[in-house]
Ligand binder design. Structure first.
Ligand code: TK8
Length: 334
C-alpha cells in the first residue's frame, strides 16, 4: 500500500511538473503584529499556517507573536529589512518614512467602501505599490484589511466638527494623520500602537482611532467612553516578508508564501467584515456610548480636511495620487 502510494505520488509529480520535495526546506517563519490574536488577523494567520502545512508537508512552522510582543510595526519592519525577522503584518501608515508613497492610503476619506479598497489594492495600483517596497528590502505578499477607522475618546461624543477641539488624540507615526487631526482642531500625538492602551488608561491622552474590531479585541472599551462613526480613513494591512530572506527561498517556496498569503487574505477580510458589526455591539455592551454623525456634519468635516491632500502631494508623489484617483474613477464608473 505504502509503496503504491509513493509510486503514485512520484508519477503525479512527474506528470504535473510539481516541485520536488527537496526544494522545500524545513523552516521556522516568525510573524509578528500589534493586534491581539482574537483580531481577524489571527484568523488570517491561522489560514496561512494551514495552507503552509499542506503545501510543505508540514516542513514549515509559522510562529506568530501577538499584541506587539516583538515590538511595534515599525521596529518589526526594520528587522525584516535587515533580515533578522521573516514576516510582519503591519499597517501601511507607520511605514511612510520608509516609503513615502504609502501615505496615499492615509489621505482622509479616500475610499468609500471596503470593496472599493479591495479593487484598488488587489489590482494594478496595489501591485505598483508592492513593487516600490522591494527597493526597501520588503516583499508585500498580500493586502489584508485593517478597516475603516473610527474615533473613540473619554471626553464627549463627537457629533460635529467643533467636538474635535482640544482632544488629545493618539495618531499613528504619520504626518498625514497628524495634519488631519490638527486641522480638525484636535491635539494629536504620534505614538506606537503598543503604547496606546496605557496612555488612555493613565489619561495621558483622551482619544484614539481604529476600526471597531481593534477597539473590541484590544479592549479599548475598558479605557474609553465614546465611539463615534467617523470612518475618516481606511488603512490597509500589508503582509510583509523580509526581502533578504525571501531571496534565499527557492521559487517554489516563494510561490507558497504568496499563495498562502492570498488564502489568508480571503479568510481575514471575510472575518473582519463579519466581526465589525459584532464588535460594535460588543463595545456597546461593555459600556461605550455610540453615535453616528449626520450627513451634513460629515460633509463639513470632509471639507475641513480637504486641504490635507494638497499639502502632502509632494511627499507622497503627485503621480501616485493621480494614479489612485484615476483608478478610483475607473472603479466608480466615472
Ligand atoms: C497594529 C496596528 C494597528 C493600527 C494602529 O499593529 O497603529 O492604530 O491600526 O492596527 O497596525
Amino acid at each position: 500500500m505504502r509503496l503504491r502510494a509513493l509510486t503514485l505520488t512520484t508519477a503525479l509529480t512527474l506528470s504535473l511538473g510539481l516541485p520536488a520535495a527537496a526544494e522545500i526546506q524545513t523552516r521556522t517563519i516568525t510573524v509578528s503584529n500589534g493586534v491581539a490574536e482574537t483580531h481577524p488577523v489571527g484568523n488570517g494567520v491561522e489560514a496561512m499556517r494551514e495552507c503552509m502545512a499542506e503545501r510543505t508537508d508540514g516542513k514549515w512552522t509559522l510562529n506568530a507573536f501577538w499584541s506587539g510582543a516583538l515590538g511595534g510595526d515599525l521596529d518589526a519592519t526594520q528587522a525584516l529589512r535587515s533580515g533578522t525577522q521573516e514576516m510582519v503584518i503591519t499597517s501601511t501608515s507607520p511605514l511612510v518614512g520608509i516609503e513615502p508613497a504609502l501615505g496615499v492610503f492615509d489621505l482622509p476619506f479616500l475610499f468609500s467602501s471596503a470593496e472599493e479598497a479591495d479593487a484598488v489594492l488587489d489590482g494594478e495600483f496595489g501591485a505598483m505599490m508592492s513593487e516600490k517596497l522591494e527597493a526597501s528590502g520588503l516583499v508585500n505578499l498580500a493586502w489584508w484589511e485593517n478597516g475603516f477607522r473610527n474615533l473613540t475618546n473619554s471626553v464627549r461624543p463627537i457629533t460635529r466638527l467643533e467636538d474635535f477641539a482640544g482632544l488629545r488624540v493618539r495618531v499613528m507615526q504619520n504626518n498625514i494623520f497628524l495634519d488631519t487631526f490638527q486641522t480638525l482642531g484636535a491635539n494629536p500625538t504620534p505614538m506606537a500602537f503598543g503604547e496606546v492602551f496605557t496612555a488612555l488608561e493613565t489619561k495621558a491622552i483622551d482619544a484614539q482611532e481604529n476600526p471597531f474590531v481593534t477597539i473590541d479585541t484590544s479592549k479599548f472599551y475598558e479605557v474609553q467612553d465614546y465611539v463615534s462613526n467617523t470612518q475618516h480613513a481606511y488603512t490597509p494591512f500589508m503582509v510583509l516578508f523580509s526581502k533578504p530572506i525571501f531571496d534565499t527561498y527557492s521559487p517554489e517556496e516563494q510561490q507558497i508564501l504568496r499563495d498562502c498569503a492570498i488564502i489568508g487574505r480571503d479568510v481575514q477580510r471575510r472575518v473582519s467584515r463579519e466581526l465589525s458589526q459584532q464588535s460594535l455591539e460588543n463595545i456597546q455592551a461593555a459600556g461605550m456610548e455610540y453615535n453616528e454623525l449626520d450627513l451634513a456634519e460629515m460633509e463639513r468635516i470632509r471639507e475641513a480636511v480637504a486641504g490635507v491632500y494638497e499639502r502632502h502631494a509632494a511627499t507622497i508623489g503627485q503621480d501616485v495620487i493621480d494614479q489612485m484617483m484615476a483608478e478610483l474613477a475607473r472603479i466608480r464608473g466615472q
